[in-house]
Design a binder for this molecule. Structure first.
Ligand code: NA7
Length: 537
């Protein structure tokens, strides 16, 4: 039944970011014939696209890297939170050590794939129909932010200036110096761009709908931690004991277990440690008890208003009334974000109270008739996150041919956040219903890869044809995930975690909220029970 002109692989991977690279490396070690298709022109996944001014990772090293000794023993980072250009250099280094490119087709966008129950193989085809293959196992490693989002603004076409979405930043770079710049969006991207644009633009208008409850980054040059690589493997393995896959985790205490003074001291310690400590090494009830969350918010707010000179500006950036429970939208790490708004040429415009009405030739007008003029508009308006990455591909159900994006129109259902009924022998990483949004990427990927490779080994050793998530187990997993989320404060925020950032998208928790250790335990239980919840033929 196979067309002899089409290559047959044991494993076909989509995407050459952290996940794709890790899985290709592991599959090769097993002697599996493995191939990657990558839509972009090089390794690095999200770091090929996110190269806007200030683009930087918010997970600190050494947790944000591959746990491959040949790679980490021969690499040194220059900063605790590296920027996009260093991450690109890192992927060049990865290539030098692992020699991956011979098994990768770049500039190849896979547009359709379907499993054939008779042969037990996937058929996978690129958008130009030229590249195609069969594969026993199909591993989409397409990331959670590969479908960008541009809002549909009234009269947008009228605007005569240049427009750039953060995720489409030109390789030739854009000179913002002495330009009037408009920036829409204050997610982690908008915050990072603000810090850079404010230093060079003649005028910067930051259009803010929701304030970002930013945390102090704690950037460090030439981090000490790399001096002794002997400890690396221990540090990297400790990530699996941390809720967010970092080297720190929630304390085993509720907010009001501590006296007010001890609580303030504890919050300050978390701030001083930098990174995501205040987010995911806080009191364990912070996302379940509104009053507890209020305490954290007020500590955060006080820290900000001290830094912003104009009280009106401070109130927009850090309002007295909490815009959403702290941490239920992704906090960005900042270095000198708040200080930028003390400059006379940097303005934050509150578009929650006075929304954008329409675009004009020279800029935009708000509902109340205020007009802002700029030469360059930057859209930092984010992504159809998590499930969106799967919408770009026609992933056809093995029996009905129905496409996954249509099947998920009313809500997404997966088993264990890595497999889907109707899609046998397919396992994805760092996507829907996994700890994705609440975990450091490489940690999540490593945990999932281990499980996926156990499955592949088991299937090959026993010469099995197919493995597929059972419907009832899938439903159970998805319902439990959503029920747990509903017991938390997360549904109170309109966030991409909940699919609420895209008009018309079903609002539901898209991420596993119980943390890396609990997710790891779950995967281990399934492994120990001979893959409970899967049908193996
Ligand atoms: P985000 O976090 O989705 O941020 C998008 C921002 O754009 C956010 O501030 C939105 O405001 C704003 N936005 C979106 N649509 C509009 C419209 N129509 N009008 C005004 N403002 C709008 O994307 P990022 O790129 O910053 O980050 C994505 C993730 O990538 C990040 O969390 C990291 O994990 C990596 P809103 O908050 O919805 O009011």
């Amino acid at each position: 039944t196979f067309d002899s002109s089409i290559p047959i692989y044991d494993v076909c991977i989509l995407g050459a970011g952290f996940s794709g690279v890790k899985l290709l490396h592991e599959c090769r070690k097993r002697g599996l014939k493995t191939h990657i298709y990558e839509a972009l022109d090089d390794l690095g996944g999200t770091w090929r696209k996110n190269r806007y001014p200030g683009a930087r990772v918010d997970s600190d090293i050494p947790v944000y890297e591959l746990n491959i000794p040949e790679v980490y023993n021969t690499w040194t980072w220059s900063e605790r939170f590296p920027d996009w250009s260093e991450l690109r250099k890192y992927f060049n280094h990865v290539e030098q050590i692992l020699d991956l490119k011979k098994d990768i087709d770049f500039n190849t966008f896979i547009s359709q794939a379907q499993f054939d129950r008779k042969s037990g193989y996937w058929y996978i085809e690129a958008s130009d129909s030229k590249k195609k293959c069969y594969a026993k196992f199909f591993l989409p490693c397409v990331g959670f932010a590969s479908r960008l989002y541009k809002p549909d603004f009234k009269n947008f076409d009228r605007f005569k200036g240049k427009v750039y979405h953060s995720n489409e930043w030109p390789e030739s770079d854009v000179d913002l110096s002495n330009k009037r710049v408009g920036l829409i969006g204050t997610g982690s991207t908008g915050v990072q761009i603000t810090q850079e644009a404010a230093k060079v633009a003649s005028e910067l208008f930051v259009f803010q709908r929701t304030p970002n409850l930013c945390l102090p980054m704690g950037q460090v040059s030439n981090p000490e931690i790399q001096k002794n690589k002997k400890n690396y493997s221990k540090i990297l393995n400790s990530r699996f004991d941390s809720f967010g896959g970092f080297t720190f985790t929630f304390v085993d205490k509720d907010t009001f277990d501590d006296s007010s003074e001890d609580r303030q001291n504890f919050y300050q310690t978390l701030f001083d440690r930098g990174g995501f400590n205040f987010w995911v090494a806080n009191y364990k009830d912070i996302y379940f008890n509104q009053k507890a969350n209020d305490e954290a918010y007020h500590f955060w707010r006080n820290s900000v208003i001290k830094r912003v000179h104009d009280p009106k500006t401070a109130e927009i950036l850090a309002p007295k009334i909490q815009p959403h429970p702290f941490g239920t939208k992704r906090p960005s790490l900042e270095q000198d974000y708040y200080e930028q708004f003390n400059k006379p040429n940097v303005h934050v415009i509150d578009i929650k109270n006075d929304p954008i009405y329409e675009f004009t030739e020279n800029g935009l007008k708000t509902k109340e008739g205020n007009e802002y003029k700029f030469d360059i508009l930057i859209l930092a308006t984010g992504f159809d996150a998590v499930t969106g990455s799967f919408k770009n591909i026609d992933l056809k159900d093995a029996d009905t041919g129905k496409i996954l994006r249509d099947k998920w129109a009313d809500g997404c259902n997966t088993y264990l956040g890595l497999s889907i009924n109707g899609y046998p022998n397919m396992f994805y990483t760092y996507g829907p219903q996994a700890p994705t949004a609440f975990a450091n990427g490489p940690t999540c990927v490593e945990l999932q890869s281990k499980f996926i490779l156990f499955i592949i080994d088991h299937m090959i050793q026993n010469d099995f044809k197919s493995i597929e998530a059972k419907k009832e187990h899938q439903l159970n997993y998805s319902n439990n995930l959503k029920d747990f989320a509903n017991s938390s404060l997360f549904p109170k925020a309109k966030s991409w975690y909940m699919g609420a950032n895209i008009p018309g998208k079903k609002i539901e928790m898209l991420n596993y909220l119980q943390g890396i250790p609990s997710y790891g335990k779950l995967l281990n239980e399934v492994y120990q029970s001979d893959f409970k919840g899967y049908e193996i033929l």
